[in-house]
Write a protein that binds this ligand. Structure first.
Ligand SMILES: Nc1ncnc2c1ncn2[C@@H]1O[C@H](COP(=O)(O)OP(=O)(O)OP(=O)(O)O)[C@@H](O)[C@H]1O
Length: 208
């Protein structure tokens, strides 16, 4: 049995999850086709998934693209999640949503995505309208606070060196930019200045 030439040539261009398969079929006397047990199951699942995508219950799998929200992955396995995060990271997309949760992968390098253009771009948009960004999270919290007149809380968690302090600074930067709308009042510097003091108090508290 040989792979068709064009299948071999196009193979490396395929996205993750896509591949060519051989289907071994057996024709019954009445002309119907018989598939083997596990193959039959695979075909049923594939067909079911295709119908779900057609009806809009499952997202359209984009060829080789990794969704901005991991909930949109057609297959939720650890491997698929990590592959998605890895591919996005390779495209310098350090932010990815899982619903309303934002995953950040520390790039350990400067990325030009925190300038005033981005502050303006993320102003007053629902989460998921634009590429995932820490500004989007700050923006949603800020507008929810204004609309619902309730305090909002953003939890930042990660291991040491993962970028919690940096993310907090970006959040504060966006929140102060939104609240001042261009009027520099020094509030951002005051809050940022309090950060190291709060962190050392926390460290002190943890030691004792
Ligand atoms: N979004 C980012 N862009 C570029 N560099 C980043 C980003 N986030 C973190 N870094 C880099 O990673 C370093 C460590 O990040 P940070 O100090 O925020 O980690 P941390 O989680 O607060 O660590 P710790 O818990 O030990 O205080 C930063 O000094 C910075 O160089």
């Amino acid at each position: 049995m040989l792979w068709p030439r064009n299948a071999l040539e196009n193979r490396c261009g395929l996205g993750s999850g896509e591949d060519y398969r051989f289907l071994l079929r057996e024709k019954n006397l009445d002309g119907s086709i018989h598939y083997g047990g596990s193959l039959q199951m695979w075909l049923r699942v594939t067909e079911e998934r295709r119908r779900m995508v057609e009806r809009g219950f499952l997202p359209q799998p984009a060829g080789g693209e990794h969704p901005a929200d991991l909930c949109a992955l057609p297959e939720l396995t650890e491997r698929a999640l990590l592959e998605s995060l890895h591919s996005r990271f390779r495209q310098e997309k350090i932010y990815t949503y899982v619903g309303s949760i934002l995953i950040v992968i520390n790039p350990f390098q400067f990325l030009p995505i925190y300038n005033p253009k981005y502050v303006k771009m993320y102003d007053n948009h629902a989460l998921g309208d634009l590429e995932p960004h820490i500004y989007a999270v700050a923006d949603v919290a800020y507008h929810a606070m204004l609309q619902r007149r309730r305090n909002q809380c953003i939890v930042i968690s990660g291991e040491s060196g993962s970028g919690k302090t940096q993310s907090t600074n970006f959040l504060i930067h966006h929140l102060t930019a939104l609240s001042q709308k261009g009027f520099a009042s020094g509030v951002e510097q005051i809050i940022l200045g309090a950060g190291p003091v709060l962190e050392s108090i926390l460290d002190f508290g943890l030691v004792f």
